[in-house]
Design a protein around this ligand. Structure first.
Ligand code: FAD
Length: 337
């Protein structure tokens, strides 16, 4: 009878806290922390009580700087570092072995990463190594085993229950408010679990498009151009001044990208970036379902299109039926004034 009584005094949340243990993977580039990592930590916090560690791997200088930034986030247990050039540039082939080794050594129940190209590249490889099914692009945590994720380009919402012993989850950054980089000084600890795998892939070079404008994935305002702009010269002449007047990032439809109006890193939609800014202003975009999949969760959607029946107007909060070549320069000069 005494045993029964003492068992009852342990609350369910305490038991779950003992069982849950989460590793969040930090994404960074050239000593800059990717904002999606802060959303991934936010999702990790929602899993329930239990330790949350963050893994920072890469070249030594980057790791030192990123770890000290993340250590400021409140509510973390430890920041785990691995300084090894094999993990520089987030090479997923190398990093997957490290994450799998960390999970095995520390019996993590959950691994969370941003659903960016980095996370989408990494977690399936970790899943293969650990023989568990990753759950991608979640928009909500129901409980530690149950997650909500859009399917069919956002046309249906699935609630997924995982019975795997380890849950590997990528999160849609726009669905989880980023945690703040302030207020704490979490312990930073070097890992002893560097599997030192032979480098299965190697970084050769990169070509980075430099821009003074905000990053498309995290910008508060996005102006997006479509095929209605007709060519690259128009895209630049019309969209760039509008973006600069508003302090907005530039996005584009796939038709605009395919026609070479702009770089494909600017594509918004099912096969591009998913954004949810405070303002999304679409210009000369029809509003195909695959485009809507990438922007329909924006807080305010405004659209300029000369066709009043364009499907974009069905999701727009504010619409202007007009020729963009007249309306946008006028709008830009009014914003500037
Ligand atoms: P259009 O559909 O050609 O629309 C151009 C619009 O501009 C029209 O509505 C027209 O009225 C308007 N317009 C023209 N001239 C003017 C003017 N002077 N003033 C004002 N308005 C004007 N698309 C994406 O965007 N992102 C994706 O990620 C994506 N993924 C896809 C994945 C798959 C598997 C498939 C099959 C398709 C995908 N697409 C995607 C393509 C998508 O179906 C559409 O073809 C594309 O979004 C159309 O781009 P658009 O609206 O710029 O062009």
């Amino acid at each position: 009878a005494r045993t029964t009584r003492s068992l009852r005094t342990v609350s369910v949340s305490t038991l779950r806290a003992r069982l849950l243990s989460t590793l969040t993977i930090a994404e960074h580039s050239n000593a800059t922390l990717n904002a999606g990592t802060l959303s991934a930590i936010s999702a990790a916090r929602q899993l329930g009580p239990g330790p949350i560690n963050v893994l920072v791997a890469g070249a030594e200088a980057d790791v030192t700087s990123i770890a000290s930034q993340i250590a400021q986030v409140d509510g973390l247990t430890k920041v785990i570092t691995v300084a090894n050039t094999a993990y520089a540039k987030g090479l997923p082939e190398n990093l997957a072995a490290l994450v799998a080794a960390e999970v095995k050594a520390n019996s993590y129940t959950h691994v969370v990463a941003s659903g960016s190209a980095f996370g989408r590249n990494l977690l399936p490889r970790v899943g293969a190594l650990l023989d568990v099914q990753p759950i991608s692009d979640i928009t909500q945590v129901v409980n530690e085993s149950t997650f909500v994720r859009p399917i069919y380009a956002g046309n249906a919402i699935a609630t997924v229950h995982s019975t795997d012993p380890i849950k590997l989850v990528t999160i849609r950054a726009s669905a989880f408010a980023a945690v703040e980089l302030a207020g704490a000084s979490t312990t930073i600890e070097a890992s002893t679990n560097d599997p030192n795998v032979p480098k299965s892939s190697e970084w050769i070079s990169e070509e980075i498009t430099k821009s003074e404008r905000p990053d498309l994935g995290t910008a508060k305002k996005v102006v997006s151009g479509g095929r209605g702009l007709k060519d690259k010269a128009n895209f630049e002449a019309v969209m760039y001044p509008l973006a600069d007047a508003l302090g907005a990032a530039i996005g584009a439809s796939r038709a605009a990208v395919d026609a070479g109006f702009c770089d494909n890193s600017l594509q918004v939609g099912q096969t591009g970036k998913v954004v949810a800014p405070e303002l999304y202003l679409s210009v000369g975009i029809s509003g195909a379902i695959q485009h809507l999949a990438g922007m329909k969760d924006s807080k305010t959607i405004a659209a300029i299109n000369k066709d009043g029946d364009a499907p974009i107007f069905e999701v727009a909060d504010v619409g202007l039926v007009a020729d963009l070549f007249e309306a946008v320069p006028e709008l830009t000069s009014k914003i500037k004034a």
